[in-house]
Ligand binder design. Structure first.
Ligand code: F6R
Length: 240
């Protein structure tokens, strides 16, 4: 794993884009693994700016990490809506080539199986990740098996509270979600984990210096042959 420490959030987004842009330039029909949350927003702004300067996403496909149970297309807090609003509607990607787990499926287990089948057939050239304050990646909370594939997750109390900022109140945050598993994430040819801000400092420390263990799901990326952790100074503070 290559550890890249940058000054601030802006530098983190630009550094991430440098890696993503290289993939997109090398392969017009690249397959991207995408994340939601606050951290990748700067990267998505850079990707939109790249499109405005002439980079095309027409042949690109994408697979998102996760979706809340019960939410999807048309729901303001769904990850599908987040992706449409923050990236897809600003670039020339074919929306039918963008994939988010089907949180609205009445049979969540079957939604997991179909997502998993699609992932198996479509290896991501690069996987973007944010990190939770508890070291989670996607909705893979501490304790999740490194061999896990797409599954239904009961969200931890911590994660519900962290995500309440996107809802009117914590009670509105769905308590379950569909998430890619850690094995799916690790199948990507390259993995880029972003960490920004002081509340991520402990998780970054555990990821870099701790034991490689499901206790800190993000630590798994140290075992990937082509992975990066891009942290701003605040998130890397405990590493000095
Ligand atoms: C998002 C996701 C989550 C977030 C993580 C960090 O699709 O799966 O693991 O990446 O919770 O969230 P932010 O970036 O909002 O701090």
């Amino acid at each position: 794993m290559e550890l890249i420490i940058v000054e601030d959030y802006d530098a983190l987004s630009k550094e991430g884009y440098r890696i993503v842009e290289a993939v997109l330039k090398a392969k017009q029909d690249a397959c991207l693994g995408l994340a939601t949350g606050s951290t990748p927003l700067g990267l998505y702004k850079e990707m939109i700016a790249g499109y405005k300067k002439g980079l095309s996403y027409k042949k690109v496909t994408s697979y998102n990490l996760d979706e809340y149970a019960g939410l999807g297309e048309g729901d303001s807090q769904s990850y599908r809506t987040f992706m449409n609003e923050n990236l897809f509607s600003h670039i020339d990607i074919d929306i039918s080539n963008t994939h988010v787990p089907d949180g609205k499926n009445a049979n969540l287990e079957s939604a997991c199986r179909s997502y998993n089948d699609m992932l198996a057939k479509n290896v991501r050239d690069i996987q973007i990740l944010g990190i939770g304050v508890n070291g989670h990646i996607a909705f893979n909370e501490p304790g999740t098996d490194f061999e896990s594939v797409t599954h239904v997750v009961e969200l931890s109390e911590d994660t519900v509270l962290q995500n309440a900022r996107f809802f009117d109140s914590a009670s509105e945050v769905p308590k379950r979600a569909i998430s890619m598993g850690i094995a799916n994430i690790m199948e990507a040819k390259a993995v880029v984990l972003f960490a920004s801000g002081p509340n991520k400092a402990q998780a970054v420390y555990d990821t870099v210096k701790g034991e490689i263990s499901p206790r800190c799901p993000a630590s798994v990326i140290r075992t990937h042959a082509h992975s990066y952790l891009i942290a701003d100074k605040a998130a890397a503070a405990l590493l000095q």
